[in-house]
Design a protein around this ligand. Structure first.
Ligand code: NDP
Length: 399
């Protein structure tokens, strides 16, 4: 039914590619391309047969992606590489009239700043070309937007307060490792915090606001207020929101390592001279850290991510909580990945499935909450991420 080109061959792509490969009736041809072809070949070999074709591509340059699209004529390009490649891949999709999907919004390499403005600016051009871009279709962003849209559709007349809570209560047995690309991860959490309140963004010092939050099947964990990209689209798409915040757990060990690394400058993104060469400290750090995709085998514990929404229905105040827990070992047993890659990759596969089957298809550039959440949540459990909901039991930290 649909031919797809997947770009990137890291931890998340391992999940997306394996999950897509199983849907033989939907994804009739799959090409996997990345900067390092051997990583594509390794994923393809694990899938077996001739199901996956592999290619080398440097997706920093639109012309390389255009050449690949012309060679294979995919219907959809799944960008599972890094946020730095978003615009080049979108340009290639425009030039070839091919649909586009990603899991993280664009950020320039030389400024640690991520926002939707760059990609939303493509909306008219995508509409005119009759093609669709689905932005941020992982878990957060991604499922958190679907959860919010589902709540707004079924449980509220107006939603007023949104708290997204994200806990990784897992243990990978390493002194320090990040669960997705270390560069992107560290750039995200060392930024100033930001949340939406009464029509404006409020800023906080990095990781300075924190509270214990009690997560389902996990219990209380110290959770830190961060800016996360779905807040930007959700406050735009749900203008009744009076406040929107994002919270993430970090262990003390992780924070201590991070503080030391920041203090010695190894998380820096500006090049420094080293023995006559320019090196970017955070890129060097990435080379030292474990590959996120390699953490799965001995990873124990679970992730727990959900949205608490408060608002009104028929004049009454309502609190609604919707969440998923994902065990790292379940992810490993399914696709030899870890929970964070799994919770990102499964939703990306579902986004492509809904596009391919026409359930989510309209020209333009969209976030997940722009679409009907029902068909997404109907299959989320079936593909490995069962979700749960609860009414009128506010999270502890509200009290
Ligand atoms: P990895 O670092 O494991 O993998 C990234 C892959 O992209 C690597 O295979 C890398 O190639 C490839 N790549 C990098 N640059 C290029 C390029 N110029 N051309 C072609 N390929 C390139 O990252 P993850 O798998 O952990 O993350 C993938 C994406 O998922 C990221 O954008 C991340 O932000 C996003 N994400 C989204 C989440 C969500 O919930 N929405 C959660 C977690 C992650 P090489 O092997 O040569 O380095």
């Amino acid at each position: 039914m649909a031919k797809i080109l997947i770009i990137g061959a890291g931890g998340v792509s391992n999940v997306v590619t394996k999950k897509c490969a199983r849907l033989t009736n939907v994804f009739t041809e799959i090409v996997l391309a990345s900067r390092t072809k051997s990583k594509c070949d390794a994923i393809a070999a694990e899938i077996g047969g001739n199901r996956i074709k592999t290619e080398q591509v440097d997706a920093d340059y639109a012309e390389n992606v255009i050449a690949l699209i012309k060679k294979y004529t995919p219907d959809i390009v799944l960008n599972i590489a890094l946020p730095y490649q978003d615009l080049a891949i979108m340009d290639a999709c425009l030039a070839t009239k091919t649909h586009y999907l990603d899991t993280a919004n664009y950020e320039p390499k030389d400024v640690a700043k991520f926002e939707y403005s760059w990609q939303w600016a493509y909306k008219k051009r995508f509409e005119d070309a009759g093609i669709m871009a689905l932005l941020g279709c992982g878990f957060d962003p991604g499922v958190t937007g679907v959860f919010t849209a589902y709540a707004a559709k079924h449980y509220f007349d107006e939603i007023h307060y949104l708290d997204i809570i994200d806990c990784n209560a897992g243990d990978h047995g390493k002194a320090f490792a990040t669960n997705f690309n270390p560069e992107i991860n560290i750039r995200e959490i060392t930024q100033r915090g930001r949340y939406w309140e009464n029509g404006e963004w409020k800023e906080t010092d990095p990781l300075s606001v924190h509270k214990p939050v009690s997560y389902p099947e996990v219990g209380p964990k110290e959770s830190y207020l961060l800016f996360h990209e779905e807040l930007e689209s959700l406050v735009k798409n749900f203008p009744t929101l009076k406040r929107a915040r994002f919270w993430m757990t970090f262990g003390q060990e992780y924070l201590t390592h991070l503080r030391v690394m920041e203090n010695i400058g190894i998380t820096g993104i500006k090049p420094i001279k080293f023995q006559g060469h320019d090196i970017v400290p955070i890129e060097f750090l990435k080379a030292l850290l474990p590959e996120p995709g390699s953490l799965g085998e001995n990873y124990t514990g679970t992730t727990s991510i959900g949205c608490q929404i408060r608002g009104v229905k028929d004049g009454k105040e309502v609190t609604y909580f919707i969440w998923n827990n994902c065990k790292h070992q379940d992810a490993y047993n399914d696709v030899q990945g870890q929970g964070v890659a799994y919770t990102t990759g499964v939703p990306a596969m579902i986004g492509a499935l809904l596009m391919a089957t026409g359930k989510w298809m309209k020209p333009g550039v969209w976030n997940v909450e722009d679409f009907n959440p029902d068909p997404f949540l109907e299959v989320l459990g079936e593909y490995g991420l069962p979700w749960h909901e609860e009414l009128n039991k506010p999270l502890e930290f509200e009290k």
